[in-house]
Design a binder for this molecule. Structure first.
Ligand code: TXA
Ligand code: MG
Length: 354
């Protein structure tokens, strides 16, 4: 299959509208289209058509029990697909939609089990990206869209990443440059007694609890407690992992730098994930700068691009600093720890090992 890559950045607003309408027509006919959102690029299909949803699983190589998020463009759409009391959902919508928040609610019968991975609940998000909402409207209003990467690879933050994974597999990619946030939406499960975060993201626990009262983190997300499984099926799979093994080193900055320098001293082909503040302090490795500690959004924004970059380089082992930044740190570390396959070590232990 030929994959058409449409560069919206070079189009006038009228031409962009025509491109979005063409994308919408493909979606209505049951095809897949990749489009930008403010979090990561999505791989869209008509969420109310089980055959169209099934094509997403095939294109990504995604396990069929991993449910999809239904993207909508207007609040009213939620009433068509979600059952029950929408009071909390309305409060959250008023505060955070359109934006990087996904809500889990009981589903109505019109949402096929092929879209929800067999679950009786449905995940719903209204993205803030204008192009995304225009495509959703032209596509019929209910667009299932996982991240547009091949299953197991880092989520795409540019159309180039999507092209890498989906070339020849889907008919159209809409390119509007780099996304703004770079990490997937926060997921909150409103079917639990206490609303529960199933995936951390740009919208933090404290922002959510300021809006609706008590909110908890899914205990299955804790990296210490691996006996409890995460509730979101997608959070159980190994994900985002670069081909070279990745180890996260924790501790005071000076110790982390000393430990990584000692570790890489005898290593040719070691990579380090560092920040603007520390990049010049590593002496033996190929340094990738993820962003600045004074701008945590830059770290979130660049994480997946850096992880993908390693697969194009010759590094054979990667050490990363830890990024427990004040607001997005939970989300950044959730993704980074998965990428590292839970290989986290303290700088002190690493120095002792030498
Ligand atoms: O930012 C985002 O949310 C992006 C953009 C494209 O909107 N989409 C995205 O979709 O990240 P995906 O498929 O890569 O991740 C969806 C996550 C998976 O972990 C899945 O298991 C979980 O949401 N999920 C979906 N429906 C669920 C449900 N009913 N119950 C629990 N978890 C659910
Ligand atoms: Mg994904």
């Amino acid at each position: 299959m030929e994959t058409e890559l449409i560069n919206l950045c070079q189009q006038t607003p009228e031409e962009q509208l025509i491109s979005c309408r063409r994308a919408g027509e493909l979606l209505r006919f049951g095809s897949l289209v990749a489009f930008p959102t403010e979090t990561v690029y999505g791989l869209g299909a008509n969420a109310l058509d089980p055959e169209a949803s099934s094509k997403i699983y095939a294109a990504k190589g995604r396990p069929s029990d991993n449910p999809l998020i239904v993207h909508i463009a207007d609040w009213e759409a939620i009433e068509t697909i979600a059952e029950g009391n929408l009071e909390l959902a309305k409060k959250l919508s008023d505060a955070f939609w359109p934006g990087p928040l996904t809500m889990i609610l009981p589903k109505k019968d019109c949402v096929p089990l092929a879209t929800t991975g067999g679950l009786s609940t449905v995940a719903i998000r209204m993205p803030s990206h204008e192009i995304a909402r225009t495509v959703i409207r032209f596509g019929g209003g209910y667009i299932a869209a996982p991240s547009a990467n091949a299953s197991g690879r880092p989520s795409p933050t540019t159309a180039g990443h999507v092209y890498e994974d989906m070339k020849g597999i889907i008919p159209m990619i809409l390119d509007q440059g780099e996304v703004s946030i770079g990490l997937e939406s926060t997921i909150i499960d409103l079917t639990e007694q206490i609303p529960t975060i199933l995936r951390p993201g740009y919208i933090t626990l404290s922002m959510l609890s300021d809006c609706i009262g008590e909110v908890r983190m899914d205990p299955g997300l804790s990296s210490e407690n691996t006996a409890v499984r995460p509730k979101a099926p997608g959070m159980r799979y190994r994900h985002y992992a670069p081909k070279a093994p990745l180890v996260i080193v924790e501790g005071p900055a000076s110790e982390v730098i000393r430990a990584i320098n000692a570790r890489t001293a005898s290593c040719s082909g070691c990579g380090v994930i560092a920040t603007e503040e520390t990049k010049d302090l590593y002496t033996n490795a190929e340094v990738s700068v993820i962003g600045s500690r004074s701008d945590e959004e830059s770290i979130a924004h660049n994480l997946y691009d850096i992880l993908r970059g390693f697969d194009h380089s010759t590094v054979t082992r990667i050490y990363s600093e830890s990024f427990d930044t004040p607001s997005m740190g939970t989300a950044i570390m959730n993704r980074l720890i998965k990428a590292a396959g839970h290989q986290v070590i303290s700088a002190a232990d690493l120095l002792n090992e030498l």
